[in-house]
Design a protein around this ligand. Structure first.
Ligand SMILES: Nc1nc(=O)c2c([nH]1)NC[C@@H]1CN(c3ccc(C(=O)N[C@@H](CCC(=O)O)C(=O)O)cc3)C=[N+]21
Length: 287
């Protein structure tokens, strides 16, 4: 029977550590600041954004919510980015995904100052991660949270097979780079991969971020594997469920994340920790 990873508990511990760091910065008159730019009124995005805002304010991070209408034009979004790039009270800029199709998301991502790029999506930050460069730079918060979970539960990575189902720029791609940098042998599969099950069954660490409810069942999992479920799917009943059929897989895995209460809370906690990192790094750059 697998140990169920307690993402909420781990997030609470990380949030306490982050709050201590903001308290210390406050004695120097520094308040880390994050802006979340939300375009339109997608209900799921509204919930996440409000959660982030509440969490930030609770831990001494100034949080600004910039709500723009669904039909906003590109120039207005670019002007907002430019304003926050220059605003010294803002350390972190997050543009909530998904964006409406009429907007050029790449141009928006590329306009964010790399040292304020809280999602680690700017090509400069992605390139540094891919090259495993030393030094300080932001990385995507969900993968960062997953790496923290793996470290906390002492999951050995060097020499292990890590397989990722999903290759998004916010999760699969950066997490594959992080696992590779930690000397795991990484395999990234996608919807065109033949014999998916055969590949996933080789995984010592299986990360699923495909956005497909209960895609992974026990036949897809190697006995004793560590299973990390990044999927968040809302069922018609309103219940949240992951990309892994938790009840089917839990007794074959050694460690498994639940949904909710697994990766999600760690994403938010990592976002807060990295906002404080960005504030500290910028401060050091100015000294
Ligand atoms: N630029 C950008 N960066 C993101 O990091 C980003 C984004 N856009 N767009 C949407 C996704 C999704 N995401 C979640 C974060 C926390 C939970 C979370 O805390 N989930 C709770 C449940 C929350 C609930 O009940 O709804 C849990 O899993 O336990 C979920 C989803 C960040 N995302």
């Amino acid at each position: 029977m697998a140990t169920v990873i307690d993402g909420r508990q781990l997030a609470t511990e990380l949030n306490q550590a982050t709050a201590k760091r903001t308290a210390k910065l406050a004695t120097r008159g520094i308040t880390p600041g994050i802006v979340v730019i939300l375009v339109g009124d997608d209900p799921a995005s509204l919930i996440y954004t409000r959660n982030k805002h509440r969490r930030a304010e609770k831990m001494g991070i100034r949080s600004v919510l910039e709500k723009l209408p669904a039909d906003v034009d590109q120039a207005t979004v670019m002007a907002a980015i430019d304003r926050y790039n220059q605003d010294d009270t803002i350390d972190a800029i997050l543009v909530q995904e998904p964006l409406p199709a009429h907007l050029d998301g790449l141009a928006i991502t590329n306009a964010i100052r790399p040292d304020k790029d809280i999602d680690g999506l700017h090509p400069i930050n992605l390139g540094k991660l891919y090259a495993n460069q030393p030094g300080h730079y932001p990385v995507a918060c969900t993968p960062r949270g997953v790496m923290t979970i793996l470290r906390h539960y002492n999951v050995e990575l060097a020499g292990k097979n890590a397989t990722l189902v999903g290759r998004s720029i916010l999760v699969g791609k950066p997490l594959a780079a992080m696992l590779d940098n930690a000397n795991a042998t990484t395999t990234v599969v996608n919807r065109y991969t033949p014999n998916l099950s055969k590949v996933t069954r080789q995984a010592d660490i299986l990360v699923v971020a495909a956005g497909s409810p209960h895609l992974i069942t026990r036949e897809d999992v190697k006995p004793g594997a560590v299973v990390i479920d990044v999927g968040i799917n809302r069922l018609p009943s309103g219940k949240l469920t992951g990309d892994v059929d938790f009840n089917d897989v839990r007794d074959i895995a050694s460690l498994i994340t639940p949904v909710p209460g697994g990766v999600g809370p760690m994403t938010i906690a990592s976002l807060m920790a990295q906002t404080v990192d960005l504030a500290e790094w910028r401060q050091h750059g100015q000294e």
